[in-house]
Design a protein around this ligand. Structure first.
Ligand code: PXG
Length: 290
């Protein structure tokens, strides 16, 4: 495995950051999780745009252009002979002093790791996921805005711990107003008849790239796709509920807070969108090998 750090490649054993990096000391940094399918990086430019937006929001000045960032990701895939893979792109604030002041950090660190990921086994795609609502609410937007994909994921991790303790793999998170926001690492959708709803990103969800792709696919497939404020009632009474994310792709929720969703099995709309999504993911993207 070859890991990119600031323009150079290191083996897995040698790839390391300083204990004075504010990414470690304070979770001060931003990241992206990206997938490569069949030699192409899916939605790379959109991920890089979101990374730059996250960086902007935390006043982190990127050390390279968007184009150079895309090329660095592709180069790292080339170095690893990647055809299918999972890419973790990280920008930390960099090495500084032990104080909070981010401006003591002179140079952000750009790290690119290419590995593989299987979030859920195939069985979960066939049967659907069991999910609970977490007691931990999503961060307030005027605290750490959940639209920022920062290195501080404790809000999501606390909810994930609740899910696992409840025997589930995912948790639904509500925002401070009690409306549905998203899952810990995925966006959420509910299907009712021909209408497909997802909470607006102002409900405290990440501006998911898979979410946007699925909204387009569903619109093209003739569904009435809406961003609407949602409550758990809307999820419990939906025909189908599914999650979307780079790692999970499109996956059905079969049980939520001990309520069966629909008949408790992945529904046909979810399956249809899952199929169209995979087909698109496997036939588009930024070429690794030119
Ligand atoms: N919400 C949150 C909080 C996320 O972290 C998504 C939604 C889905 O967004 P995209 O753009 O990927 O459709 C994410 C992304 C993991 C893992 O290991 C999670 C994500 C990405 C990669 C890996 O669970 N989450």
């Amino acid at each position: 495995m070859k890991i990119y750090i600031n323009g150079k490649f290191y083996s897995k054993e040698k790839a390391a950051v300083s204990v004075f990096d504010h990414g470690l000391l304070y979770g001060d940094g931003v990241f992206e999780g990206i997938r490569a399918y069949k030699g192409r990086i899916f939605m790379l430019e959109a991920h890089v745009d979101r990374l730059f937006d996250s960086a902007k929001a935390i006043a982190l000045e990127m050390p390279m252009t968007r184009k150079a960032m895309c090329e660095a990701v592709a180069k790292t895939c080339q170095a690893n002979k990647t055809v299918d893979g999972y890419i973790r792109l990280i920008v930390t604030r960099g090495v500084g002093t032990l104080g909070l002041n981010p401006f003591t950090c002179l140079k952000p660190q750009v790290i690119i790791i290419v590995a593989s990921i299987q979030l859920y086994p195939e069985q979960d795609y066939r049967d659907g996921l069991k999910v609970v609502t977490a007691g931990t609410i999503r961060n307030m937007q005027e605290a750490v805005n959940p639209n920022i994909k920062s290195l501080n994921y404790l809000n999501n991790i606390l909810a994930k711990i609740e899910a696992i303790n409840a025997g589930c793999k995912e948790a639904i998170m509500l925002n401070p107003q009690g409306f549905v926001s998203e899952a810990t690492g995925d966006n959420i959708f509910a299907v009712k008849g021909n209408v497909i709803r997802t909470p607006p990103t102002s409900s405290g969800a990440l501006i998911g790239i898979t979410r946007a792709v699925v909204m387009d696919i569903a619109t093209d497939a003739g569904f009435d796709v809406r961003e609407e404020v949602m409550t758990r009632y809307d999820l419990y009474t939906a025909d189908e509920v599914f999650l979307t994310g780079t790692a999970a792709e499109v996956i059905a929720v079969s049980l939520l807070d001990a309520r069966k969703i629909g008949n408790g099995k992945p529904g046909k709309v979810t399956r249809k969108l899952e199929t169209i999504f995979r087909r698109l993911a496997e036939s588009s993207g930024y070429p690794i090998y030119k």
